[in-house]
Design a protein around this ligand. Structure first.
Ligand code: ASP
Ligand code: MG
Length: 407
């Protein structure tokens, strides 16, 4: 007998028929003799609708009230799934974050899980009751409902699996696993049977939408075996997130991610002297803007230089505003921004041992006439910033160049 956490995303519970289907999948595991806790998302589209209503009423809404509104989507599905389970003879009870409780930080809208009290749920599970837990939500220190950021029910599921010391966390979604790249762009993308936590973390944070980055971080920290599989084809496929040591053949490149969610800012002719970076990035940090890639050119005359960096496209206006306000301290000549950029990244733990991986990337892009604007690297990834128009071409060419195409 194992203890398992099953998580179902929005498309898996999008209507009543699908909730019935989920109930059957849960029953199957119960019939196999397992203890089961289920984490659910809101029905597909519901969270977007709730967010839109809140914004429509006031773009500068209070974060606590945003959470009070958007957390309701998961409450509905948890209750409905418990009803569906009972209807087919499975003992089940729904739980909201505060009832367990799932304690979070006070950072409303993007709270972090601090603690989950597992004793009470464990008792229920031991009695043979299925626990259906509302994902995405918890309770903050001041006793108000908090939410974990978009896509947060993945994190709820992994955190619950860690707290319950579950044998497995199965994330059921609308794709049958993690692919070498986005199959909508590259038809010959392949499903990965296994992927290392670290690789998955890079993939998720660099644009792959399949799991919330924080859920992967948590899985890695607590060594939770996570499987990603399809609700609609549950017996087929799946990808296992595992320890690096469990992967025998470490490819130089395991996956390719991309994100169009980028904007580039260039400051022309800033003084080339100590303290200038601090005078630029300090105000950005104060404005809550996350800076990603940075390049500084050398100056021809040793006095002035150009500095380029990227921020999230949604944060561009806030970033420009912060820079303009700090203009007297920085002392640049001109400020240029560009929204038409995208970031393409290659990721693989085998990169550590294989020299020349980055060079293959640069050569491949050059052959396609794609200009690289900014480069950033870490031990297991190389990212480049290119014109957005070339994203698909770049991803396809790289997918072939690293032999990732399916036969
Ligand atoms: N319903 C929330 C969202 O759409 C949380 C989740 O589905 O993971 O972001
Ligand atoms: Mg999701």
């Amino acid at each position: 007998m194992s203890k398992i956490v099953m998580k179902f995303g929005g498309t898996s519970v999008a209507d009543i028929a699908r909730i019935r289907n989920v109930a059957k999948l849960v029953k199957r595991e119960v019939d196999r003799g397992h203890q089961v806790a289920v984490v659910v998302s809101a029905m597909a589209g519901e969270t977007n609708k709730l967010v839109a209503w809140t914004r429509e009423l006031s773009p500068l809404h209070d974060a606590r009230e945003y959470d009070a509104v958007v957390a309701t989507g998961e409450q509905v599905t948890a209750g409905l799934l418990a009803v569906a389970l009972s209807a087919i003879g499975v003992t089940a009870r729904s739980w909201q974050g505060w009832q367990i409780p799932i304690r979070t930080s006070a950072r409303y809208c993007s709270a972090r899980i601090v603690e989950i009290e597992a004793a009470f749920l464990n008792e229920r599970l031991a009695q043979g009751q299925v626990a259906v837990v509302a994902g995405f939500q918890g309770i903050a220190p001041d006793n108000r409902i908090s939410t974990l950021g978009r896509g947060g029910s993945d994190t709820s599921a992994v955190a619950l699996a860690a707290a319950l010391k579950a044998d497995r966390c199965d994330i059921y979604t609308d794709v049958d696993g993690v692919y070498t790249t986005d199959p909508r762009i590259v038809s010959r993308a392949r499903r990965l049977h296994k992927i290392a936590y670290e690789e998955m973390m890079e993939l998720a944070s660099l644009g792959a939408k399949v799991l919330q980055t924080r859920s992967v971080e948590m899985a890695m920290a607590h060594r939770v075996p996570v499987r990603v599989l399809s609700t609609f084809d549950a017996d087929n496929g799946g990808t296992l997130l595992c320890d690096e040591d469990d992967i025998v053949e470490k490819n130089p490149v395991t996956g390719i991610a991309y994100t169009r969610d980028e904007a580039k800012i260039t400051l022309l002719k800033v003084p080339d002297q100590p303290g200038v970076a601090a005078s630029i990035f300090g105000p950005l940090e104060d404005a809550g803007v996350n800076v990603d890639m940075i390049v500084q050119n050398i100056s021809e005359d040793g006095r002035r230089t150009d500095l380029t960096f990227t921020v999230g496209r949604a944060e561009l206006d806030r970033a420009l505003d912060a820079i303009r306000k700090a203009a007297p301290q920085i002392g640049y000549k001109d400020l240029i921004s560009d929204k038409g950029v995208a970031k393409v990244s290659i990721i693989g733990i085998g990169m550590r041992a294989h020299p020349g991986v980055a060079q293959t990337m640069f050569k491949t892009l050059a052959e396609k006439g794609i200009n690289i604007q900014v480069i950033s690297t870490s031990e297991i990834k190389v990212s480049v910033l290119i014109a957005e128009d070339y994203v698909e071409l770049a991803v396809r060419a790289l997918h072939s160049a690293y032999d990732l195409d399916a036969a």
